[in-house]
Ligand binder design. Sequence first.
Ligand code: ZN
Length: 169
Amino acid sequence: MSLNIHSSELPESERSLHEFWMNEAIAEAHKAESLGEVPIGAVIVRYGEIIGRGYNLRETTLDSTAHAEMVAIRQASIALNSWRLLDCQLYVTLEPCPMCAGAMVQSRLPLTVYGTTDPKAGCAGTLMNLLEEPRFNHRTEIIQGVLQEECAELLTSFFRQLRRKPPKS
Ligand SMILES: [Zn+2]
């Protein structure tokens, strides 16, 4: 049984709450964009409070693991003084890659909410579904499609501008 829920299936009050937190993840994505990084952002929420924030820092840190979700997971673990992210929800603008989906399962995260799907790396149902793999000892529930257009537009406008830039001489 898949728990992968599209936000359009949710009641209005629940959907608008997820949109509120997704806007925080979008704000993180803008921080990445201002550094010339691919604009992807994430926040981790626990009992109505953000305990972890992150944005993509792969180029800045020369670190392939510096994805928004990984940065947010590390910060939340420090805040909770625990590697287990119990009672937490992770919001991310783009569907998680295999590494981040793996980290979500490893940290026992109960729920991941993402904005737009990633046809090239998405492991929350698009290419595979690592979050709801029944053979793992933990499954992370998924809600997708929250502020999908805004999250997708962040990426398309970033890559559109990249293409417009003249090549470095
Ligand atoms: Zn990732």
